[in-house]
Design a protein around this ligand. Sequence first.
Ligand code: UD1
Ligand code: F6R
Length: 371
Amino acid sequence: NKGKYEHYMQKEIHEQPESLTTTMRGRLIRGGSCKAKSVLLGGLKDHLKTIRRSRRVVFIGCGTSYNAALAARPILEELSGVPVTMEIASDLVDRQGPIYREDTAVFVSQSGETADTLQALEYALENGALCVGITNTVGSIIARNTHCGVHINAGCEIGVASTKAYTSQIVVMAMVALAIGGDTISNQARREAIIDGLFDLPKKVREVLKLDQEMRDLAKLLIAEQSLLVFGRGYNYATALEGALKVKEVALMHSEGILAGEMKHGPLALVDENLPIVVIATRDGCFSKQQSVIQQLHARKGRLIVMCSRGDAASVCPGGSCRVIEVPQVEDCLQPVVNIVPLQLLAYHLTVLRGFNVDQPRNLAKSVTTQ
Ligand code: UD1
Ligand code: F6R
């Protein structure tokens, strides 16, 4: 049932404040006079010790689920102190890459049925790793075959392009990072800031959804383009990949997410006055580096669309020469949840304006159960 919406993708984008609330329900403890703020993940609590002791955590997934894990990687590294590596499921299987008994392998999958991810799970089970699922579908094969895990509880996702599952996956993985990290004096302030940020996140996502009309206007400008580049780094490298994936899969426009640190190693050659480029430059430890990326793109007359924190338009946009998307600022590791929303809206409107099928893009299926 699409309710007041025309398409499932549109409905699922707009219901993210609610889906995120459901994802966190019963799992965040607000704390109080004698109780610390904390996280309780029923599905992981008996396994936290093993995960903390593992030699590394390896995230495994495909498409949007892989991107969600990439967004959560920095905070897991920071809070757990355990090395975190990333594997695209099919590539791990193709290489028969190393997975050991001392590893924790985390399988991220909305459907819980993706053939490549399932095959990687079978491989990791054979190799003796602790296998953890982050899934949306209760009773799915990946949820059943993992040793333990967390349901993201985002509700049924019908649009082929994953939207609300992505933001819920990131939130669950941030909570996993908090759970694995445990309470130490040295990280207490950081933990509390993240937990407060999680409580506030649905409200911030509701705010960023107000950019709907602005994103429609931007889509009108981009309707006839051949290509769109998206530059991000740090916490928002994943946002660049995921934004570009949305644009290509539904709007059927070539789009590429690029790690901004790689700009001078090739992509800069593409920049001219015609190619539109989104640069994600919200406030975090990488902000000044992104400012310098913007200056260099600007010097090559790049057509820039800059996503920045509210109030930062003047400091990111030299001489008012670019289009700016201002978003609410949240705790740095949660910013990808906010930043993806305008790009989801942009992909949605581009698709509708270009006259393509939003909910069932050509050649794609909701769950990819064949290889
Ligand atoms: C569980 C209940 C929830 C109830 C809550 C009350 C289910 C599905 N969940 O939620 O309805 O409100 O207790 O405390 O009954 N798991 C995997 N792999 C996965 C995902 C999950 O093995 O990919 C396992 C978990 O380790 C856990 C079980 O499935 O044993 C349920 O996981 P989850 O729904 O996340 O647990 P709770 O949040 O505790
Ligand atoms: C993109 C998309 C796909 C899926 C991928 C993995 O919007 O939906 O890239 O993310 O097929 O699917 P799951 O998460 O079900 O394993």
